[in-house]
Write a protein that binds this ligand. Structure first.
Ligand code: 26M
Length: 824
């Protein structure tokens, strides 16, 4: 109804039903009598897919015809989640589908549930890329995403006896949202050697020869915008043997096994997403993935540019490429190689084009996450690229030398090649040198990169090259889709659903903050969302929780810097406090449910220990008759995008409690506040800007500041390090074996007590406990609490990924919306 131009939608529910039945009977070759929920999902998805394809083709034609500048977003991760619900809402026909499915005997919720998440990402970085695609399409910006089509996405997490067990995520069984383009292929070279030839002019040209080829095949995924016809493209590359099915020569000569082995080796490249986040292990296969994807994408981009027959100097006027972290940094080298070796441009002309084309986004300051590749590995896998990197470095260091003569330490510090044993290529430095803009993802983070890890580069290039673009989230998925009732309630006060396109319009609800009926409905919706989560907790974890308790949620990847250990130590402290009370005193306490979720990287031993402790505490606390409903501890298995859509709307308070200065931004903090939850957090990442927007009375901040972290760490190492007394009691309880075998958790304790407490768990413990007490106190005053929630939501407009994408479009990409003609 809100769409003036119906997106080539179904005429009505009968039109939709006809399409579903047709797909069941033809595409799926089944009868309607034999149509289960999965078949109904399949047919429903195919029916909507047909709608998307039409708009998708029109969008691509329109963009090609307009010949305007396009953005290419290079990301090794796209954490998309489910597509059907999103497609129905963006097209504006979920109501039509609901009615149609009901007539066919299905509940739309059950049908939506059939879809497997597209989980091609680890966490924040991958989900950000997915939110960006939604905003780019919704803002009518000409843009493509490029990624890898992993056969296995992030692993499925099972909790067995309290431990994480990883199960492969084979998600491609039935995926109606991708279109194989068997005609769009690129052969990608690896290994080999470099030859040089001299032309008549005396100019030498490098030729990369020999080695092996792997074929990249394109798979396209349509990305529908909200309330617009624009449907952009996400192109994912899949690897296979360049020789086709298998090597016929080997096959005919009787070497059947090795011909199949070759094929399997090629397919390995796109087989699996690396499940680490914020950790670089320097594996050869990972570098192969990066080059495979970058080379295929650039070939595609350059091929498209060449069709228009423009001068090479116009390349940056037609093409913007954004590097999502350093993972695609090889694109800088590859474009330089294409321009110099294959197209014959002069080095300096080529380099100008390259630098003006690329932008680089940094997502972390953690040193263990900064990518480095050994020179030896490069030499072996990509010999020509290593030469080009050396040349880029040489010219760069020459300009540094001219500007800062005789500062040899500076040269060593900023060199793209680290003179270590073995020598390493520093990918972040290469990304900075090869881009015209470098951005962090929240204000504090962008300041930190300028004053710490990239400080020297600010002196060299000047401050304007470095900028901030604070992250955002798409309100379509994270409000309208995840929390439809809240979205509907807000719409009654805003007067329309326009806030989904311009989130600052949320500020209109602040006028209704004292409206009794509005507040009552607000509270009812929160409770209903909590009831829904309670049901999920019961079914998945077997724990009964009271939905009127305070729901305290921490869901994100498990990492020491995110400090789930601080949270669980706090839970144990709460348990001890409750146990020490008289029954009368206990009756006065506020019931709370502590909900955790998140995956640990499979090789991250400490993170796995944290998961085990949470589960072990749950077993004890949840079965303690003294405690009852006063405290429940739940670990939700297999946290992913579709579970986030259930969890986010159901929190009263969520935890964003990283050691100050370590969480670049965080984006779930934004999702929780947008859904009417409050947050407890440290002065880190986007928490700081959330506080500025919603007001400091509406957030529970605690802990040491980023500026003090260095001194505190120094004191741990060189001064005397005393553990907070309350935390010491928690440790003593664990060591008594109250939660099972004490050795199981000794690593978590010694990290704090004996190994310098790098993440400042003890330093922040007291402040954390005190602030949690303030949370209890505030929650007792439900009227005041709801006021805080409504006020906060009304001020969250800034955190839309639309605002964020507009900042990139203006400040970094220089791209403009392509206006869509609206039908009468
Ligand atoms: C690196 C090397 C090898 C294998 C994997 C990686 C790797 C993969 C993912 C490194 C980091 C990865 O993701 C980091 C991440 O998710 N960062 C988060 O980005 C969000 C979006 O900007 C921020 O909100 C979070 O604060 C930040 O932690």
């Amino acid at each position: 109804a809100w769409l003036k131009h119906q997106v080539n939608g179904f005429k009505d529910k009968d039109g939709f039903e006809e399409n579903v039945v047709r797909h069941v009977e033809t595409t799926l070759a089944r009868s309607m009598f034999n149509c289960d929920e999965h078949a109904a999902y399949s047919a429903c998805a195919l029916a909507f897919r047909d709608r998307l394809i039409l708009e998708w083709n029109r969008t691509q034609q329109r963009q090609t015809f307009a010949d305007s500048k396009r953005l290419y977003y290079l990301s090794l991760e796209f954490l998309m989640g489910r597509a059907l619900d999103n497609a129905m809402l963006n097209i504006g026909q979920k109501d039509v589908a609901k009615a149609g499915l009901a007539e066919l005997g299905f509940r739309i919720e059950d049908i939506i549930e059939q879809e497997h998440d597209a989980a091609l990402g680890n966490g924040g970085l991958g989900r950000l890329a997915a939110c960006f695609l939604d905003s780019l399409a919704s803002l009518n910006l000409p843009a493509w995403g490029y990624g890898l089509r992993y056969r296995y996405g992030i692993f499925k997490q099972e909790i067995i006896d309290g431990y994480q067990v990883e199960v492969p995520d084979y998600w491609l069984d039935f995926n109606p949202w991708e279109f194989p383009r068997h005609d769009v292929t690129v052969d990608i070279q690896f290994y080999g050697h470099v030859n040089r030839t001299q032309g008549e002019s005396g100019k030498t040209t490098a030729h990369w020869e020999g080695g092996e080829m792997v074929r990249a095949v394109a798979f396209d995924v349509p990305i529908p915008g909200y309330a617009t016809t624009t449907t952009n493209n996400l192109r994912l590359w899949s690897s296979k043997a360049a020789s086709g099915e298998f090597d016929f020569q080997k096959f005919n000569s009787g070497d059947y096994e090795s011909s199949v082995a070759d094929q399997q080796r090629a397919e390995t490249i796109s087989a699996v997403l690396y499940p680490n986040d914020n950790l670089d292990r320097g594996k050869e296969l990972r570098l192969k993935q990066q080059y495979f994807w970058v080379a295929a994408s650039l070939y595609d981009i350059v091929r498209r540019f060449k069709k228009a027959k423009r001068a090479w100097s116009e390349f940056p006027e037609q093409v913007a490429i954004q590097l999502n972290d350093t993972h695609p940094t090889l694109a800088i080298v590859e474009l330089q190689r294409i321009l110099v070796d294959l197209e014959g441009l002069e080095w300096d002309d080529a380099w100008n084009i390259v630098v003006n084309t690329f932008g680089y986004t940094n997502h972390t300051v953690l040193p263990e996450a900064l990518e480095k590749w050994s020179v030896g590995l490069f030499q072996h896998l990509l010999p020509r690229h290593l030469q080009i990197i050396y040349d880029i470095n040489l010219f760069f260091l020459q300009t540094v030398e001219r500007a800062f003569p005789n500062d040899r330490e500076l040269l060593a510090r900023v060199s793209i090649i680290e003179e270590s044993q073995p020598k390493m290529v520093r990918m972040a430095f290469l990304a900075i040198v090869g881009s015209h803009k470098v951005n962090g993802v929240a204000e504090l983070h962008s300041d930190l990169i300028k004053t710490t890890i990239f400080k020297d580069f600010v002196s060299i290039f000047g401050p304007d090259k470095f900028t901030n673009v604070t992250n955002g989230i798409t309100p379509r998925r994270w409000l309208h889709q995840a929390n439809p009732r809240l979205s509907d309630l807000i719409a009654t006060k805003v007067g329309s659903y326009d806030f989904l396109k311009d989130l600052t319009k949320l500020n209109k609800i602040e006028l209704s903050v004292n409206d009794k009926q509005f507040r009552k409905e607000w509270a009812e919706i929160k409770l209903a969302n909590k009831v829904r989560l309670a049901k999920h907790i019961q079914e998945s974890a077997g724990v009964t929780v009271n939905p009127t308790s305070l729901f305290d949620v921490q869901v994100k990847r498990i990492h020491e810097y995110k400090r789930q250990q601080l949270n669980i130590f706090g839970v144990i402290h709460r348990y001890l406090t409750l146990k020490a009370m008289s029954p009368e005193e206990r009756k006065k306490q506020l019931p709370r449910v502590s909900i955790f979720g998140g995956k640990a990287a499979p090789g991250y031993w400490m993170a796995k220990q944290i998961i085990h402790l949470i589960n072990s505490v749950g077993v004890v606390v949840n079965n303690d008759a003294d405690i009852g409903d006063l405290l429940k501890v739940v670990f939700l298995e297999d946290y992913n995008v579709s579970k986030a859509e259930i969890i986010t709307p159901a929190s009263d308070i969520s935890e964003h409690i990283s050691t100050a200065g370590t969480e670049a931004s965080g984006t779930s903090n934004m999702k929780f506040v947008l859904n009417g939850g409050l947050i407890i957090g440290t002065c880190d990442g986007a928490n700081i800007e959330i506080t500025r927007e919603i007001g400091e009375n509406n957030i529970f901040l605690f802990g040491n500041l980023a500026e003090d972290v260095e001194d505190l760490r120094h004191a741990h190492t060189y001064g005397s390090h005393t553990i907070d007394p309350d935390l010491a009691k928690v440790f003593a309880t664990i060591e008594q074996g109250v939660f099972g075998s004490t050795q199981d958790f000794s690593g978590m304790i010694t990290a704090v007590r004996d190994h310098g407490d790098f993440y400042l768990v003890s330093d922040d413990f007291h402040s954390y406990i005190e602030t949690q007490a303030l949370v209890d106190e505030a929650y007792r005053d439900q009227e005041e609490w709801i006021t805080k929630c409504i006020t906060s939501v009304s001020r969250m407009g800034f955190f839309s990924s639309d605002r964020c994408i507009n900042e990139y479009a203006e400040g970094i990409w220089n791209i403009e919306p392509l206006h869509v003609e609206r039908d009468a």
